[in-house]
Every structure is written in structure tokens, then in C-alpha cells.
Design a protein around this ligand. Structure first.
Ligand SMILES: Nc1ncnc2c1ncn2[C@@H]1O[C@H](COP(=O)(O)OP(=O)(O)OP(=O)(O)O)[C@@H](O)[C@H]1O
Ligand SMILES: [Mg+2]
Length: 337
């Protein structure tokens, strides 16, 4: 598989001093869903902005779909889709009109537009409300329309900056189902940032955790969890089974065994592979087992381990929003003077 995104030492320093992104390197393969996670102000939006040629890097380089982001910004913008958190759709147009406008802006051939727009509206469950003004849309409908606008020109790579923030669980699930279908049908690559760890866990093929502008961990969700020392398998034997402890400790991959009130807690990187071996060890000792449970560490624990911070979904206004606000405030002040 070819690489859809390559970043090498990508950096951004604002105002000569704020190192928002500090030499990040990673690759995203074609057709992958890649998640960028990190606390407020970590540098997620700044990275995404550089990859989409919205912001110029101050160091390093990046290519998206084979195009250098600095040398070919215009061509790049035609090939990618971009969905930011803030709404871009025109409230005083209908959903269909917004999409037709976006199609024209992105150079979709006029003869293809009606079918493309019609298909997208159906697919994003906006068919029934396509003739309504966007100002009457619910939050979930607006998000789906933003997504439709982002993909109307069938981009090769789709960038999503916290696309489901503020949606209820049902709205989030519906949104991701659509993304997954699109990826399946068109092989589109997806780069996303999200504040919801469970979402990243379920959706992303691979994840990078960024903190203070640097990537602190990268891998598939299960690789990241394995790096924490892995799963906990709880074994509940019938009756006393002290002799089992030594056998459990001797199994390949087991890093720790604790016995508490007749129940064994076994730590290992791949609990699912270990379970049959545990059953085998017990059987050969003539011990019957009442039950076995497998517990995998969650991404919350991974996040805590690598950033030293507990993950909180209610972290307040995002660093991105604050920076945009300050820039607007400064230019407004300049206007007053
Ligand atoms: N235009 C700007 N001018 C100055 N500083 C900025 C600008 N944009 C971002 N920053 C700063 O760069 C750092 C990284 O910001 P960025 O928006 O990339 O974070 P983020 O990971 O997207 O955070 P959040 O989760 O809060 O959106 C922050 O310290 C932020 O204040
Ligand atoms: Mg951000």
C-alpha cells in the first residue's frame, strides 16, 4: 500500500516563540483511518492545518497524496476534503443548495453535479430535509451536511478536526458509520483528531498521541494498550487450586500472577491468546474452572501513561478556538485604531 500522508520533522512556531508543533514524523497508508489524539493545545489542529496547506510549516516537510504541501497547495486542496469543527454551510440556503455550491467551487463537472449531490444527500440521511434551509437543521444534520460538503468532490484524503464534538452518542455513531462506509467504497484515507477516546479506539486503524507538539506514542489501538503491560485475565477455579499459580507463572508471555481469595489475576500482553493455554494448564493439573474473564486496558489509561494527564472530555474551550479568537480580537483592535 502506498503512503497517503508523509510528515517528516514537521514543525510550526508561532510568533517566533510558541512551538505549537515540534518536529512530528509519521506516515499514513492509503485507505487507513489515522487518529491524532492529545490534550488541549497539544498541536493537533496546527498539524492538520499544515497538512491541508491552510498554514505553512516553519520546519520539516510533508506530502499528501504525493503532493508537497508547500510546493503544490492549490492542487492539494482539490484532492483533499476538509471538515473543521466550526460550521461553514450557509444558513440561508437549503442543504441541496449548499452542496451544489460546494460542487461548483471544487470543480465537479456540471453534468455530474445533480447525481453526485442527490446521492450524497441520500447517503448522509439528508434526503428528506434537502429542500429545507440549513438554519432549521439539528446539530447532527449540520455535521452530516458539513461532511457532505467536505467529500462532494470525492477527495482522496479526508481531514476531520474533531468532527463529532457536541454530538450525542447516537449522532456520533451515525457519523462514523458513514465514514466507514465511504472508506469501504472508495478506499479514501482519513486523518482525524478527536476528543473522544472510545471513538478513536473503535474507528482508527492507527493512532498517534501528541503532547506539547511532539508525538509521544504511535501504533494500533491494541499495540498502544499492549505497551502498558497488557491485559488482565481473571481465572476463577472451582475449589482450592494453589498448585495452579506456578503453572500460570510459567506460561509464555505472563508477566505477573496475583492470587486473591482463590481467584488468580494474570497479567500478559495478549490475554486472548493466553486463555486456551490457561485452560490447558488447569486441565493437566485436574483443576476445573468456573470462569475466565479478559480485561483489556482502555485508551484512557494509554493517554494517562503517555501524557501524564487524565483525559477529560470537558476540558473547556479548545486551544484552537482560543487562538482563532485571539487572532480575530487582535485584527478587530487594529481595525478600531
Ligand atoms: N494562530 C496562532 N497564533 C499563535 N498561537 C497559536 C495559533 N494557533 C495555535 N496556537 C498555539 O499553538 C498551540 C497548539 O495549538 P493547536 O490549536 O494546534 O492545539 P490542539 O491540539 O488543536 O488543541 P485543542 O484540542 O484544544 O483544539 C497552542 O499553544 C495554541 O495556543
Ligand atoms: Mg484543535
Amino acid at each position: 500500500m502506498a503512503d497517503a500522508i508523509i510528515a517528516e520533522g514537521l514543525s510550526k512556531t508561532f510568533n517566533g516563540s510558541v512551538k505549537a508543533v515540534d518536529g512530528v514524523s509519521f506516515t499514513v497508508k492509503e485507505g487507513e483511518i489515522f487518529g491524532f489524539l492529545g490534550p488541549n493545545g497539544a498541536g493537533k489542529t496546527t498539524t492538520l492545518s499544515m497538512l491541508t496547506a491552510v498554514l505553512g510549516p516553519t520546519g520539516g516537510r510533508a506530502t499528501v497524496d504525493g503532493l508537497d504541501v508547500v510546493r503544490h497547495p492549490h492542487e492539494l486542496k482539490q484532492r483533499i476534503g476538509l471538515v473543521f469543527q466550526e460550521a461553514t454551510a450557509d444558513q440561508d440556503l437549503t442543504g441541496r443548495e449548499n452542496l451544489e455550491l460546494a460542487a461548483a467551487l471544487f470543480g465537479v463537472p456540471l453534468r455530474d453535479t445533480p447525481k453526485r449531490v442527490g446521492d450524497l444527500l441520500e447517503r448522509l440521511q439528508l434526503g428528506d430535509s434537502s429542500e429545507r434551509l440549513v438554519r432549521t437543521y439539528s446539530g447532527g444534520m449540520r455535521r452530516r451536511l458539513e461532511l457532505a460538503v467536505g467529500i462532494v468532490h470525492s477527495p482522496r484524503v479526508l481531514f476531520l478536526d474533531e468532527p463529532t464534538l457536541g454530538l450525542d452518542p447516537q449522532g456520533r455513531a451515525g457519523f462514523w458509520k458513514i465514514i466507514e462506509q465511504l472508506r469501504e467504497d472508495s478506499g479514501m484515507t482519513v486523518f482525524l483528531t478527536t476528543h473522544y477516546l472510545d471513538e478513536a479506539d473503535g474507528m482508527c486503524d492507527r493512532i498517534a498521541i501528541i503532547d506539547h507538539g511532539k508525538i509521544v506514542a504511535e501504533g494500533t489501538p491494541s499495540q498502544l494498550k499492549d505497551r502498558l503491560g497488557g491485559d488482565v485475565v481473571t481465572v476463577r477455579p472451582i475449589g482450592t487450586a494453589d498448585s495452579l499459580e506456578a503453572s500460570l507463572k510459567a506460561l509464555p508471555g505472563v508477566t505477573n500472577v496475583v492470587q486473591q481469595e482463590g481467584v488468580f489475576r494474570v497479567k500478559c500482553p495478549n490475554g486472548d491468546v493466553l486463555i486456551p493455554k490457561i485452560v490447558g494448564a488447569a486441565t493437566s493439573l485436574g483443576i476445573s474452572i468456573a470462569g475466565i474473564t479478559l480485561q483489556r486496558p482502555s485508551l484512557d489509561e494509554v493517554f494517562l501513561e503517555f501524557t501524564g494527564r487524565e483525559y477529560r472530555e470537558d476540558e473547556g474551550p479548545s486551544a484552537t478556538d482560543r487562538a482563532v479568537f485571539m487572532t480575530r480580537l487582535q485584527s478587530a483592535r487594529r481595525g478600531i485604531r
